[in-house]
Design a binder for this molecule. Structure first.
Ligand SMILES: Cc1cc2nc3c(=O)[nH]c(=O)nc-3n(C[C@H](O)[C@H](O)[C@H](O)COP(=O)(O)O)c2cc1C
Length: 186
């Protein structure tokens, strides 16, 4: 089959759709965040690429803390909204109920089935974004989304993002076990 080079707009597919939480001057702020992933096993590290012009960027730099919240599929509209409007124009602090976790400036969203508190370990300035590397301090899960003590994707019901077509997607079926299915080829 022939391959076509579509240029530089290459993205991993799909991307996790999350909501980043932070606090500045005692006020919580939230923004849609898709450029995020786990990057180290122990210590547990999560990276988040946050635009330099975003309100959240200066808030994270000031406090050294942020949260990564995982919304469920029924939260598409509010997730998109916090990705359209800046905290420098609108106070977004009342949009969600906050669960007070371990950190002062990493607000955990009660309405999201999962939320991860992070303390900034390192950061790197890229041309447009700051790449924050946060150490995971705590992972808060709503009681109903756990199976055998672990987050169950069917219960969390997250959604994903594709770019450059800019679409949200629900998650499909389980198709195998990781670190297991390949054993038959050994
Ligand atoms: C679906 C979606 C995903 C987004 N992902 C990111 C991201 O990963 N990093 C980023 O810096 N901005 C991302 N944004 C843009 C910010 O969420 C948006 O500019 C937001 O208004 C910034 O808010 P703030 O100024 O209050 O921090 C995304 C927006 C949308 C709609």
């Amino acid at each position: 089959m022939g391959k076509i080079n579509i240029g530089i707009q290459g993205f991993t597919m799909p991307m996790p759709q999350t909501i980043l939480g932070c606090r500045q001057g005692g006020r919580s702020n939230f923004m849609a965040l898709a450029w995020t992933t786990r990057v180290n096993y122990n210590p547990a590290l999560i990276m988040a690429a946050v635009g330099k012009k975003h309100f959240s960027n200066s808030a994270i730099k000031e406090s050294g803390e942020f949260s990564v919240n995982i919304p469920s599929s029924d939260m598409v509209e509010i997730t998109d909204f916090v990705g359209l409007v800046s905290g420098s124009q609108l106070d977004k602090s009342e949009l969600f109920t906050i669960h007070k976790g371990e950190l002062e400036n990493a607000p955990i969203i009660v309405e999201c089935p999962m939320g991860i508190e992070c303390k900034v370990l390192d950061s790197m300035e890229l041309p447009n974004d700051t790449l924050f590397v946060g150490e995971v301090i705590a992972t808060w899960c709503n009681e109903g989304v756990l199976t055998d003590g672990m987050p169950d994707i069917k219960k969390v019901n997250p959604f994903t993002l594709t770019m450059p077509d800019n679409r949200y997607w629900a998650v499909g079926e389980c198709i195998g076990r990781a670190w297991h299915e390949g054993k038959s080829l050994k």
